[in-house]
Write a protein that binds this ligand. Sequence first.
Ligand SMILES: *[C@@H]1O[C@H](CO)[C@@H](O)[C@H](O)[C@H]1NC(C)=O
Ligand SMILES: *[C@@H]1O[C@H](CO)[C@@H](O)[C@H](O)[C@H]1NC(C)=O
Ligand SMILES: *[C@@H]1O[C@H](CO)[C@@H](O)[C@H](O)[C@H]1NC(C)=O
Ligand SMILES: *[C@@H]1O[C@H](CO)[C@@H](O)[C@H](O)[C@H]1NC(C)=O
Ligand SMILES: *[C@@H]1O[C@H](CO)[C@@H](O)[C@H](O)[C@H]1NC(C)=O
Ligand SMILES: *[C@@H]1O[C@H](CO)[C@@H](O)[C@H](O)[C@H]1NC(C)=O
Length: 438
Amino acid sequence: MLYKTRTELRQSIIILIVAFFFVTLIFLNYAYFSTRAYIYEQSIRNQFSLPPGKFLWNFPPSNYSYCNFNYGLPAKINYTRNNLKYPPQEGENSSYRVLYNAVETYLDDNVPNVTYVTHVTVDFLLFIPEIARYWDGPISIAAFVPARDAQIFIQKITKLCFCLPQMSRVSIHLVFPVNHEPLFEEASNSSSIFNNCNIKNVFVDRLNRIENRLFYPINVGRNAAREAASTYYVMVTDIELIPSKHLAMKFMQFVKGFRNNETPFVFVVPIFEINNGYKVPQNKEQLQQSVKEGVAVYFHRYVCPHCQKFPGIDVWLDTPNSDSIRPFLTVKREYPFHRWEPIFIGTKQDPVYDEALSWEGLQDKMTQMLQMCLLNYNFVILDGAFLVHWPGIKKKGQRVTEAWRTSFIKNNSKEYNHITEQLSRVYDSNKNKKCKLQ
Ligand SMILES: *[C@@H]1O[C@H](CO)[C@@H](O)[C@H](O)[C@H]1NC(C)=O
Ligand SMILES: *[C@@H]1O[C@H](CO)[C@@H](O)[C@H](O)[C@H]1NC(C)=O
Ligand SMILES: *[C@@H]1O[C@H](CO)[C@@H](O)[C@H](O)[C@H]1NC(C)=O
Ligand SMILES: *[C@@H]1O[C@H](CO)[C@@H](O)[C@H](O)[C@H]1NC(C)=O
Ligand SMILES: *[C@@H]1O[C@H](CO)[C@@H](O)[C@H](O)[C@H]1NC(C)=O
Ligand SMILES: *[C@@H]1O[C@H](CO)[C@@H](O)[C@H](O)[C@H]1NC(C)=O
């Protein structure tokens, strides 16, 4: 006999039942969460895995253009010396020129008055339709188009103009070196009606910019596009950053009631990035879920951990989803956040970007940030609004191999030292310490 008494038998059975109960519970729990994770994966995967601009391929082209071209475009470019403007910061000393409003906007009274301001090279052109469909306000874009890059660019834009009604909110400004003015080899057929919206990317090796090893004057683009914006509020950003839903409209509702006696201030829009193949979160709940699942992280988490990690990020992520925009936290950009490079909604009166810095040399926003610290700017971090870098998460290793950048990085840091010297002469030394001028 295995069990000496009934009591022992009963005890064993109870233990077995309890053990069975727990095992079942653990199994059900596991099954529940893995099913949920699976359903979630299925629901978000591949919905946004199309490359930039590919969503247009199913669109029927219209029989007319939604864009408002100037200077004889899109057939052949025709401008006079007077049409060419100096870049906002370097003025007549600059070796670049700007042809403003090569494409102008058609805005109706319902368009929220905050502009998405950005810059682009020809090989990034297919991000333009992505921004046009996700940003609900006007969009001001500076395009770097030396020599015949201008015609390649305008041809693609023309097709976009027949395919996407939102292009009516886009204005485009052409930026080029003085010795590489836009070149149209022959007139394009401007009356052509397109029979599809299959717009392919430009093969980068064929670009004049690459052939002539012209470096990218990213800050000439930022300043020019900001200058050209027709609204009081502007968000100077990079074109791979997709805004959360109705950001412009919600921002205007928020800012109407915003009071702050401490000036100056700007509104920080937090940035995240998402794994390749996943849907870009459009509201905070989706973003929180993506972060929880480990498919989204704050921007540049792996290449420059201090560049985008904003103060209070953990609390921000834990704060329940709000459908409207509200202030989350107001901070100064001082030590230990002296390397922070936030994207923010501000105005045209904010300090300009230093036009001597190149994109290739990295850290091209640092002098502006430094100046804003010295001017004692308040950075109001927003809740209920964010940007998502897309597609893919930037990983380390990409930058390490970029040896070609070395000479540019050297140039940028020389310029950076030059600027900090100037700034430390202008601003009081007490504040300098917190801003980490050295
Ligand atoms: C475009 O098509 C519509 C209807 O098919 C027509 O009324 C209109 O005149 C056309 N516009 C042009 C510019 O051809
Ligand atoms: C170029 O523009 C000028 C002034 O707007 C105009 O007089 C001239 O006819 C245009 N030339 C061509 C070839 O379109
Ligand atoms: C251009 O350079 C000259 C000489 O260095 C300087 O005096 C002038 O202020 C500069 N102009 C601008 C707009 O920066
Ligand atoms: C934006 O500003 C323009 C010009 O000031 C105005 O006509 C328009 O109604 C404004 N839009 C909104 C949505 O308030
Ligand atoms: C321009 O395109 C239209 C429509 O596709 C065509 O009928 C016309 O012949 C073209 N003109 C030239 C000069 O190629
Ligand atoms: C670096 O700066 C020097 C002097 O300003 C300039 O001549 C050179 O072309 C620049 N090089 C790069 C790679 O930007």
